[in-house]
Design a protein. Structure first.
Length: 144
């Protein structure tokens, strides 16, 4: 059974984050943030992709699998249920369907991790995405 990881970078340095991916055997990072920018050093798209490349880890940003602005606002306010409803609607869009196929293809070829900010996957949309991918392709999920 293929393995799928999820990971958040909250509270981590880029080095700690990359070490964790390497220790888990992740070969491909799928960035599922709607906006691949961060105030945290090393986690904006360009810096993150460069750090991953140095470790031999592929990087793919699938913006359509990110949470829309209203969902991010709900998550920041602690309204997880509202965020989940908004994200469920996002997953119904044609753009998300195409991006989901890309994620499934990547994850079937090599060990992948879904990336977002939140430390706990249960507080993040990536857990919903992982569940959807499990239903479609039977992955075994590990939250790092």
């Amino acid at each position: 059974m293929p393995r799928l990881f999820t990971i958040g970078y909250e509270g981590k340095t880029q080095s700690e984050f990359l070490d964790e991916l390497g220790a888990a055997g992740v070969a491909h990072l799928i960035d599922v943030r709607a906006i691949a920018a961060s105030r945290r050093p090393g986690f904006s798209k360009t810096a993150l992709a460069a750090g991953l490349a140095e470790r031999g880890i592929f990087y793919l940003h699938l913006r359509a699998l990110g949470t829309p602005a209203a969902g991010r606002q709900a998550a920041r306010a602690g309204r997880t249920g509202e965020m989940r409803a908004i994200y469920a609607d996002q997953l119904e869009t044609p753009e998300a369907a195409v991006a989901l196929e890309q994620a499934l293809e990547a994850a079937s070829e090599r060990p992948c991790a879904l990336l977002c900010y939140e430390r706990e996957a249960s507080d993040c949309h990536r857990s919903m995405l992982a569940d959807l991918m499990v239903g479609r392709a039977g992955f075994e999920v590990t939250d790092l």
